[in-house]
Structure formats: C-alpha cells, structure tokens
Design a protein around this ligand. Structure first.
Ligand SMILES: [Zn+2]
Length: 440
C-alpha cells in the first residue's frame, strides 16, 4: 500500500517536474551553440578556411538533432554571390607590428599590394579643406595632389574637420587616383573613428589601410606593409531552412537568424559572438522547444548566409521562397542576442503597433525585461527583404552589454547571457500569442 502510494506520488511528482522542465529555456544548450560557433574551428564563419560552410554543416546537424523537417535535401538552399576576401594584411609603423582589427583594418574593397619601396607623401589636409572654397581651388588642389603623389605611397593624416561633406570626400579620397598609379601603392588613412570591419562585393583598384590615429605623428615612419586579397565572383553559400508542423499548417510563423560573420584576416579571427552566434543559438533554442511543444502554426526556422555582405541570403530567399510568403503570419528575426540587461529593441515596432503592444503587455505582466524599446522600420538585418515584400515582421536585438561590434573583441567571454532565459520566455509567450489568433 505504502509502496503503491509512494509510486503514484513519484509518478505525479516527476511528471510535474517534466512539465516545469519542458517550459524552461535550455541555457546550457544555448551556451554550447555559442561556444561552438565562436571557436577557432569555424574561423569567424566567413570566407577564409571554409568558415561559413563548416558552420552550415554544424547547423545542419543541430537541425537534424532537433528533428526539424526539411523542404529540400539537408535543409539547404544554395546560392552564389561575388565577394572581395581580405585574406591577410600586415602593417609595421615606427618599428611596431600593428594588430589587425584593433590598431588598423583594410578597406573591404582593397586589392592586393606589397611594399616595393616607393617614397611616402603626406597628404595636405589644410590645403584639402581650403580647396572646398571654390570649384577652381578644388581643381587646382586635385591637379597638384596628383603631381605630388605621383608614384608614391600616400599618408592621409587624421582630418580635423566637422563638415559632413568634407569628411565624406576625405573618406573616399583614394578613389580619385588612377588605376595604373595604384598597383604598387599603399594608401594609409588615419582616423579618430572607431574601426569597424565590413565586407565588399567588389574589388577596387586601390589598397587602403585604415589606421587608428593614435599611431599618427608627423615623424611617422611606415616600415612595411602588405595586403593579400582575392575577389571571388561566385562564392557558394547556403541558407538552412527547417520546420516543425503545427496544429494548423495554413499559416506560418518564421524565426530567423544569420549565421555568417566576417571571417578572419591572417591570424585575426572575428568570432561574432553577439553578431550573430547568439541569435542562431536563440533560434535553435526555439527549434528545440517547438519540436517538443507542437506549435499552433507551422513554424519555420531559417539560418541565413551572406547577411554581412548585404542581407544576401534573405534577399535570395524572398526571390526564391520555399513556401508562399503570404502565408507568413509573423516573422521574428534575431540578430545580436548576447546581452539584455537593458532589455530589447524592436525594429518595426512602430509599423506593427498591435503586435508591439502585445509584446510590451506580456513583458509588463510577467516582469521579464527592463525595457522593450520601440523603433520604426530599418533595413539593417534579414527581416528587411521580407518586410519589403509585405511580410509582418520584427527584428529584435538585445540592449546592454559591452557593445563590441564587427571587431575581434566580439567574443564569447564578452557576452552577458544572464538575461537570455528571460529574452527567450518573452519571445516564446509573444510567438504563442501571435499564433493564438487574437491579433490578426
Ligand atoms: Zn548581424
């Protein structure tokens, strides 16, 4: 008797435990995904050492483990695009070997260059600024500058000016030099601005270094430099798309996150922990959750490639969709999920106000996060190509944290994952509300 009672008690108790556990965010799983994707093996999920394709393989395995179904073979949607890959760079100033990504970067459209011993010429920023006074002065300055800098490496000192157009022209100055002059020439632009790496889909005929102004002085001596870049006309990438069937499959909820990042230059890896290993991990946490809790509607998970080169994966998908885009009830794009102490920001919140109000109501009710901030439309991540096709969508990113962005310090150790569980719970409640038909 006692045994029976004890047994039934145990059954009830453990099933309660199961319910509680199943509702919970899988923090360890979430962290494991981030740890993996930011490890050196994946080489910053870019264009060197097959970083992006190795990451795709890893995600395909995770999709499978979470029992996602596939529209195609192995969840793949292949596409190609042109990309200029900076494979390596070196720069030594005043006897000091500078660190890529921290002390300097290379303009993403740079062509290869090596030091052939040309003389150095200091660009005259005072004459440059004055040349804006009239068209004649501008013309004279350009002619003079070409003569001064003939067959020379060019040093562009930090510009002390606040006029936008003057600053803007200065940034693009190297593009006025002629092709045949640029083959062996290095262009060295010093700047006060934060160094933020990015990618280019074309290769220019210039080789420009962008260097922190703390290395600038008029006594400056550049000891050696080198850029090795490769233009790839048809880089092969793939989006990965999996889904879980819902109770009703006429409508679709989509959760997206891009898995590509900037890759590596020489030995410098851009691990992209916040951008966007964290978003991919959050998306996978949802894949795991909904594969165990049948959603109301078919729920699709898309890991996009090519985001950092210009939302190319999302753009390809909306032009070649695997299901009717008009079936999408709502899309939530996750990009930068590595903080949350200051809450979340919602791009398109002002556009889809009813959904935004729902989100803030849930947050207030359950006391999840410090703040749910509203923004208007912005074409700054993968939700945008969908939004432009009329798909109701939010792009959600976390606020707070150390804010490293497109730099080598965007590492796993610089994330704060203490709020991830609350972010997950808020988004889960929101997605479930979207699905429960009371919004649209
Ligand atoms: Zn991103």
């Amino acid at each position: 008797m006692l045994k029976v009672k004890l047994l039934s008690f145990l059954v009830i108790f453990s099933s309660c435990l199961f319910v509680v556990k199943a509702q919970k965010f899988k923090q360890k799983y979430f962290e494991r995904i981030i740890n993996s994707l930011t490890s050196d093996y994946y080489a910053g999920r870019g264009y060197v050492d097959n970083g992006m394709s190795k990451s795709a393989l890893y995600l395909q395995k995770e999709f499978k483990k979470n029992k996602l179904q596939s529209f195609s073979t192995d969840y793949e949607q292949k596409f190609t695009y042109p990309i200029n890959v900076i494979q390596n760079a070196e720069l030594k100033i005043n006897g000091l070997e500078l660190k890529y990504g921290i002390d300097y970067i290379v303009k993403p459209n740079a062509q290869s260059v090596s030091d052939v011993g040309l003389d150095y010429s200091f660009f005259d920023t005072t004459a440059y600024t004055e040349s804006f006074q009239s068209k004649n002065k501008t013309r004279d300055f350009i002619v003079n500058d070409h003569q001064l800098n003939f067959e020379k490496n060019i040093i562009l000192p930090p510009l002390e000016n606040t006029v936008d157009s003057i600053k803007q022209y200065y940034k693009q100055w190297s593009s006025i030099y002629e092709r045949e002059q640029n083959i062996n020439r290095g262009i060295f632009r010093f700047t006060k601005e934060k160094l933020t790496s990015s990618l280019s889909q074309r290769q220019a005929n210039t080789s420009e270094f962008i260097i922190s102004d703390k290395f600038y002085s008029d006594q400056l001596k550049i000891n050696s430099f080198m850029i090795k870049s490769e233009f790839i006309e048809n880089f092969e990438a793939k989006n990965l798309i999996g889904y879980v069937d819902g109770k009703n499959n006429d409508s679709i909820v989509v959760i997206t996150a891009h898995y590509d990042h900037l890759g590596k230059v020489g030995e410098t890896v851009f691990p992209g922990a916040s951008d966007n290993a964290s978003g991919v991990a959050m998306m996978l946490a949802f894949a795991k959750y909904y594969s165990k809790h049948r959603p109301q509607y078919k729920t699709v998970f898309i890991a996009f490639a090519g985001e950092e080169a210009g939302l190319l994966g999302a753009d390809y998908f909306v032009k070649n969709p695997l299901f009717e885009l008009s079936k999408i009830k709502f899309l939530v794009n996750l990009d930068i999920m590595g903080a949350g102490e200051k809450g979340i920001q919602v791009v398109n919140g002002k556009v889809f106000k009813k959904e935004f109000d729902k989100l803030t109501a849930i947050n207030a009710n359950k006391n999840y996060l410090a703040e749910v901030k509203i923004r208007g439309e912005s074409c700054n991540s993968d939700h945008c190509p969908f939004y432009l096709k009329g798909v109701p969508s939010f792009f959600i990113y976390t606020l707070g944290g150390k804010g490293f962005y497109h730099e080598p310090d965007d590492t796993r150790n610089n994330l704060n994952l203490d709020y991830s569980s609350k972010v997950f719970s808020l988004l889960r409640d929101f997605i479930n509300t979207i699905s429960s038909n009371d919004i649209r």
